[in-house]
Ligand binder design. Structure first.
Ligand code: 3HC
Length: 283
C-alpha cells in the first residue's frame, strides 16, 4: 500500500513537529486540533522553524512554501481523517481521552488506515483494544524537539501485525529518523530510563543537596548531557514527566515513586517552558 496522506491529531509541542517532518518528507498532511488557537500555534511554530532554516541557508524559500503548502490545518475531524493512510495521534496523555478519539476515528477513516500513537508511556495494547483494527495499531514515540531529535522509538502492541511494523519502519526512515523497535512495557525503554533520571533530579533538589543550576551544571559538564535534567524536564513539560512517573509507579511499584517536589511544581502550574515557568523562569 502506498502511503500518501498523513493525519496528525494534535497541533501542540509534539504534533506540529511531527506534521513538519512528514511534510518535509513529501507527505500530504492534515493537522487537526480542537481549538483554532492550538492549530494556529502549531502552524506558527512550523513556519518559524522553517523560516530559521531559510535564514541559515539550509532551505530555500520555495522549498519552505512547498512544505507549508503540504500541511492543511483544520478543526474538522472528518476533513482531517477521511482520506488518511496513517493517523498519528498526539492528543493529551490521558487514556480515556485517547480511547474516545479512536472510537470516533473508527467511524471516519478508510479500512486500510493505520493508527500510530505518540505516547510517552501509555499502553499501546489497551488503546488498540478499543478499535476494530488492533493489528493496524502501533506506538511511534517521538522526542522533543521533533525536527531535531533523531530517534523514533517504535512499540509493538500485543496484536500489532508484521505488516504494520514494516509500514511504521518505512515511514520512520522516510521522515528521516533512526529507529529502535521495542516491546511494550510501561514508559517503554527510553522514557523508563530518562524519566527515572529526571525524577531523581527532583529528589536531589527537594533534599536541598545542590541548587538547580548546579544540579544541571553537574550533569552537563560531568556527563556530557546537552542540557541538565531540570532544564530538560522544563522542556518536556513537568506535568508530562509526572504522568510518566505516575504510570511507572502504578505498574512497577515503589522504585518509581514521584518526587514530592515534582508533584508540588505541577500543582503550582509550573509546567515548564511552554507556560514560561517551571523549575526555572523563562519570561
Ligand atoms: N524546534 C526546531 N529546531 C530547534 C528547536 C525546536 N524547538 N530547538 C532548537 N532547534 C535547533 C536550532 O535551530 C539549532 O539548529 P542548527 O544546528 O541548524 O543551528 C539546533 O536545534 C541547536 O539549537 P540551539 O543552538 O538553539 O541550542 P542547543 O544546542 O542547546 O540545542 C536542543 C537545543 C537540541 C534542544 C538541545 O538542548 C538538546 O538536545 N536537548 C536535549 C533534548 C532531549 O533530550 N529531548 C528528549 C526529551 S524526552 C522526550 O521528548 C520524550 C517524551 O515522551 C517525554
Amino acid at each position: 500500500m502506498e502511503i500518501k496522506n498523513i493525519c496528525v491529531l494534535g497541533a501542540g509541542l509534539m504534533g506540529n513537529g511531527i506534521a513538519q517532518v512528514c511534510a518535509q518528507a513529501g507527505y500530504s498532511v492534515t493537522l487537526r486540533d480542537i481549538e483554532q488557537r492550538f492549530v494556529d500555534g502549531g502552524m506558527n511554530t512550523i513556519r518559524k522553524n522553517l523560516a530559521k532554516e531559510v535564514e541559515k541557508g539550509k532551505r530555500t524559500q520555495e522549498d519552505m512554501n512547498a512544505v507549508l503548502g503540504r500541511i492543511k490545518p483544520t478543526l474538522d475531524m472528518k476533513e482531517a481523517a477521511a482520506n488518511a493512510d496513517i493517523v498519528v495521534e498526539v492528543v493529551i496523555e490521558v487514556m480515556d481521552v485517547k480511547k474516545k478519539v479512536y472510537a470516533e476515528l473508527e467511524e471516519i477513516v478508510p479500512a486500510h488506515c493505520l493508527f500510530f500513537t505518540n505516547t510517552s508511556g501509555l499502553s499501546i495494547t489497551e488503546m488498540a483494544a478499543v478499535t476494530k483494527r488492533p493489528d493496524k495499531f502501533i506506538g511511534t514515540h517521538f522526542f522533543n524537539p521533533v525536527p531535531v531529535m533523531r530517534l523514533l522509538e517504535i512499540i509493538k502492541g500485543y496484536e500489532t501485525s508484521a505488516d504494520t511494523l514494516a509500514a511504521a519502519e518505512a515511514w520512520g526512515k522516510k521522515i528521516g529518523k533512526e529507529l529502535v523497535v521495542v516491546k511494550e512495557a510501561p514508559a517503554f525503554v527510553v522514557n523508563r530510563i530518562l524519566c527515572t533520571m529526571l525524577n531523581e533530579a527532583f529528589f536531589v533538589l527537594g533534599e536541598g543537596l545542590a541548587s538547580p543550576e548546579d544540579i544541571d551544571k553537574g550533569m552537563v559538564l560531568g556527563c556530557n548531557h546537552p542540557i541538565g535534567p531540570l532544564a530538560l524536564s522544563d522542556l518536556v513539560g513537568n506535568e508530562t514527566l509526572l504522568r510518566v512517573i505516575d504510570g511507572l509507579h502504578r505498574e512497577l511499584g515503589d522504585k518509581y515513586r514521584p518526587a514530592p517536589l515534582l508533584v508540588q511544581l505541577v500543582r503550582a502550574g509550573r509546567f515548564g517552558r511552554k507556560v514560561g515557568k517551571g523549575v526555572f523562569n523563562y519570561k
